[in-house]
Write a protein that binds this ligand. Structure first.
Ligand code: MEV
Length: 316
């Protein structure tokens, strides 16, 4: 039991986008799932002054010394405001195993964990809609024009179909989906990648709108394949999505190398995941093929490989 103003801890998972990134910023649907194998953990303890300690980003500072719009400072201040409480000073200790700037939602997960930990510290539980709204507000500081998919999948911790402005639906998954997630080791700065797509969209709107529509078709095909448990069809949809991500200029030689290595080792489909430019890719494999694909990705230069399986959703 958490007593008010005792030390508390809260966690939030990472996330991976199965299909539809970037187009989701322009109102098309996208599919995302939580990744529980990595997580952000936030511990809040009473302290002589408000303090933030985030060793992964070499930060150890008084909250008041951070720039006013720093996302961590904003996460703390906005949460206290939402709780309408005047707390005693706390030390916020952030320990995340989610790689930073890798397309796995580290920023959103840290915010969600901060919001939940501060609420618990005050002896409260905020409803998920409010946690999500706070995390979205902080995402805007990280990324400029986020769609809201990262904070939503991380807050609710469910596989979902997300559409900006229309909320989310549970993604139906008929049978286990073997996944291999591999990191290029190159940073994927979401803000820059999203801004680059916007610049190219502004210069060629018709072409980019058509590409976003084609991504929406790949998303619909992937969604149907998941709902009926057709892994080869899911793979085809992901391959189509990857070609379209290349066309909007967000893949990279390192991502293409990993995608090719996965396909050459029998993956049904493979694509970059998240903002691109670096960060992670994912492959859908036959159930018996995960280990070989993981091995091939390491041999092709992946700096970190996560082997996981998306579980089926319960029948409604
Ligand atoms: C980043 O995880 C996904 C993007 O579509 C950006 C966004 O949706 O905010 C690239």
């Amino acid at each position: 039991m958490n007593l008010p103003f005792a030390a508390v801890e809260a966690r939030a998972p990472g996330k991976i986008i199965l299909a539809g990134e970037h187009a989701v910023v322009y109102g098309r649907p996208a599919l995302a799932v939580p990744v529980f194998g990595v997580q952000a953990r936030v511990r809040v303890t009473p302290a002589p002054q408000a303090w933030v300690h985030a060793p992964a980003v070499h930060l150890d500072a008084a909250l008041a010394d951070l720039p006013a719009m720093h996302p961590l400072r904003q996460a703390v201040e906005r949460t206290w405001a939402a709780l309408a409480t005047r707390p005693r000073p706390v030390r916020v200790h952030i320990a995340s195993t989610i790689p930073v700037a890798a397309g796995l939602g580290s920023g959103a997960a840290v915010t969600v964990a901060i919001v939940r930990a501060l609420a618990a510290f005050a002896g409260r539980v905020l409803p998920p809609e409010q946690v999500n709204a706070l995390a979205y507000a902080v995402e805007k500081l990280h990324h400029g024009t986020p769609s809201g998919i990262d904070n939503t999948v991380i807050t609710y911790g469910r596989p979902l179909v997300y559409r900006k402005g229309a909320g989310w639906e549970l993604l139906q998954v008929a049978r286990p989906v073997p996944l291999v997630i591999a990191d290029t080791g190159h940073p994927a700065p979401t803000r820059d990648m999203v801004a680059g797509v916007r610049t190219r969209w502004q210069a060629a709107r018709d072409r980019y709108e058509a590409l976003f529509d084609a991504i929406a078709e790949a998303v619909a095909a992937a969604r149907h394949a998941l709902a009926v448990g057709d892994l080869p069809a899911l793979g085809r949809a992901l391959r189509a999505n990857q070609r379209l991500l290349q066309a909007i200029g967000v893949s990279s030689p390192a991502l293409d190398t990993l995608v090719d290595a996965a396909l050459a080792t029998g993956a049904y489909g493979a694509k970059l995941s998240g903002a691109g430019g670096g960060g992670n890719m994912l492959a859908v494999t036959p159930p018996e093929g995960q280990a070989a694909v993981a091995q091939a990705l390491r041999a092709a230069g992946a700096t970190r490989v996560i082997v996981t399986t998306l579980p089926p959703t319960e029948a409604a």
